[in-house]
Design a protein around this ligand. Structure first.
Ligand SMILES: Cc1cc2nc3c(=O)[nH]c(=O)nc-3n(C[C@H](O)[C@H](O)[C@H](O)COP(=O)(O)OP(=O)(O)OC[C@H]3O[C@@H](n4cnc5c(N)ncnc54)[C@H](O)[C@@H]3O)c2cc1C
Length: 469
């Protein structure tokens, strides 16, 4: 029973702002609430904070930042980021939240860089599909573990407690939907009840929960899950039990190029710089450049549920600046080939078929042909040897459906009214991708986690007021 009545609780402690989850959303919410004088506690199920944040590429879209201007990018604006989000989601996301988050993105990234020394700068080595400007910001390693390490150390530096190995199993709420506290289960089986004035749900979506995937996204159940096992969808289950509105539950971010069997993804310059994917027969099967999310199911639907990524030096240069791609290289997943014949031999396909695919792409690149799969190849020259090859599968990265929130990050009931003291952000909240896998604009995950985390922390602190000395 995920939501219990208040009389079933036996509180051992009480805090003003209680946050479930120590990923980007939870840690940033904690910093924002603490800055406004609130007393904060984070509860984290793992022995050490990790979450999807630490598995990620750590790339955060933010528009019109001082960091972009310092790098000579003068023409990015929150409005452009908003338009990119809406265009990718075909207008089917919550437009008010998308606009709010796009406008919050720049101040959030600047605040993290300037106040908490997040070592972040614009990503200039390539531009993601659907980004009309280089919106991405990341730390030098392009690795989320570095991002989370900085956030956790900022939280610790502020003296904000993080209780680890603290798995929240239940909420206590009354009939009005007012949350009084939570029940925590420790690894030794002991339980502890903690009271709170407000609760922020920052415990991500349900990518690790096969039953929920079966219910909401059956087509993703068999995809390899690239995310954190602890994302069990509890925020959504508690919300539903309380009468909250959940939206876009069939939506997810996939990744269409995970090296197999190595289980780390290739970076997307392998596609944006002219590379493409072929199946075991040596034929292309989709517009790879639509986005890495929707490419996951395209790859999964090929014979054997795998495909082959082919790219050249132009893609390898920027790709190999990204942590996961470097891991793929270190694992020996990526092989260099001097000719199409050598590629065909490694794939085990008919050389003539692969040569035909190369000729077809070259014709599309020089504009003498239009791609039958709808991709515009004209922006980059055709691939040149040496080529790079990797066997790939499609993966589920994280779910995008979740709790409906308003611009104060308050969780909404099905009738649209806000709960009195319940906030949500990051992957626990409805994402910006619309109803399916095709609506995910690269970086929307951390965009949501960082901006909604900050906004939720601020709103929660404003509700409780400063802690009494
Ligand atoms: C391989 C990979 C690469 C990615 N790359 C990018 C990228 O470059 N850019 C981008 O924007 N997005 C990326 N994403 C998505 C991004 O990582 C997520 O959208 C983002 O980290 C979500 O942050 P969060 O704080 O909401 O969740 P998380 O970081 O997952 O944190 C949630 C925390 O809640 C804890 N928790 C869960 N349930 C409970 C409970 N019941 N009790 C206590 N604690 C609980 C979890 O243990 C976890 O620590 C990537 C994801 C993956 C998997």
């Amino acid at each position: 029973m995920p939501v219990l009545t208040p009389d079933q609780a036996s509180y051992s402690s009480r805090v003003q702002v209680l946050i479930i989850g120590a990923g980007a959303c939870g840690t940033i919410a904690a910093l924002a609430a603490n800055e406004r004088g609130a007393e904060v506690l984070i509860l984290e199920r793992d022995a050490r904070p990790m979450g999807n944040t630490s598995l990620s590429g750590g790339q955060i879209p933010a528009a019109g930042t001082r960091l972009q201007k310092a790098a000579g990018l003068m023409d990015d604006t929150p409005e452009l980021l908003f338009q990119d989000l809406v265009a990718k989601a075909h207008g089917e996301c919550d437009l008010e939240i998308a606009r709010h988050v796009a406008y919050a993105s720049g101040p959030t990234v600047e605040w993290l860089a300037e106040r908490y020394q997040l070592p972040i700068s614009p990503v200039l080595e390539f531009q993601y599909p659907g980004h009309s400007r280089p919106h991405m910001h990341a730390s030098p390693t392009r690795y989320g573990a570095e991002l989370l390490a900085v956030l956790v150390s900022a939280v610790e530096g502020e003296g904000i407690p993080i209780a680890t190995s603290a798995h929240v199993t239940d909420l206590f709420a009354d009939a009005s939907g007012h949350v009084h506290g939570v029940r925590v289960k420790r690894p030794d089986g002991k339980q502890e009840d903690m009271g709170c004035d407000v609760l922020i749900l920052a415990c991500n979506g349900f990518g690790g929960n096969k039953d929920m995937l079966r219910q909401y996204i059956p087509e993703a159940v068999d995809l390899f899950y690239e995310g954190h096992a602890g994302n069990q969808g509890e925020a959504i289950q508690w919300g539903i039990a309380l009468g909250a509105s959940v939206k876009d539950m069939g939506s997810f971010q996939g990744h269409g190029a995970v090296a197999t069997p190595h289980a780390v993804h290739l970076s997307w310059p392998t596609v944006t710089e002219g590379g493409f994917h072929v199946n075991q027969a040596g034929r292309r099967f989709s517009n790879e450049n639509s986005g890495y999310s929707e490419q996951a199911l395209h790859v999964h639907r090929q014979a054997g549920q795998y495909a082959w990524a082919i790219w050249d030096e132009r893609g390898e240069g920027p790709a190999n600046k990204q942590h996961s791609h470097m891991q793929a290289n270190e694992a020996g997943a990526i092989k260099r080939h001097d000719s199409v014949a050598s590629l065909a031999k490694a794939i085990g396909c008919d050389e003539a078929v692969l040569a035909e695919t190369f000729a077809d792409v070259a014709a599309c690149a020089n504009g003498s042909k239009t791609d039958a799969l709808g991709r515009d190849f004209t922006r980059k020259p055709a691939l040149q040897a040496p080529f790079y090859l990797c066997k790939i599968i499609g993966a589920l990265t994280h779910t995008q459906g979740g709790l409906e929130i308003n611009t104060d990050m308050r969780v909404l009931r099905t009738d649209g009214s806000p709960f009195p003291n319940l906030f949500a952000g990051g992957g626990a909240a409805r994402g910006l991708s619309g109803p399916a896998d095709w609506g995910y604009l690269s970086g929307s995950g951390l965009l949501m986690a960082t901006s909604t985390g900050r906004l939720a922390g601020e709103a929660a602190a404003a509700q409780v007021g400063p802690a009494q000395a």
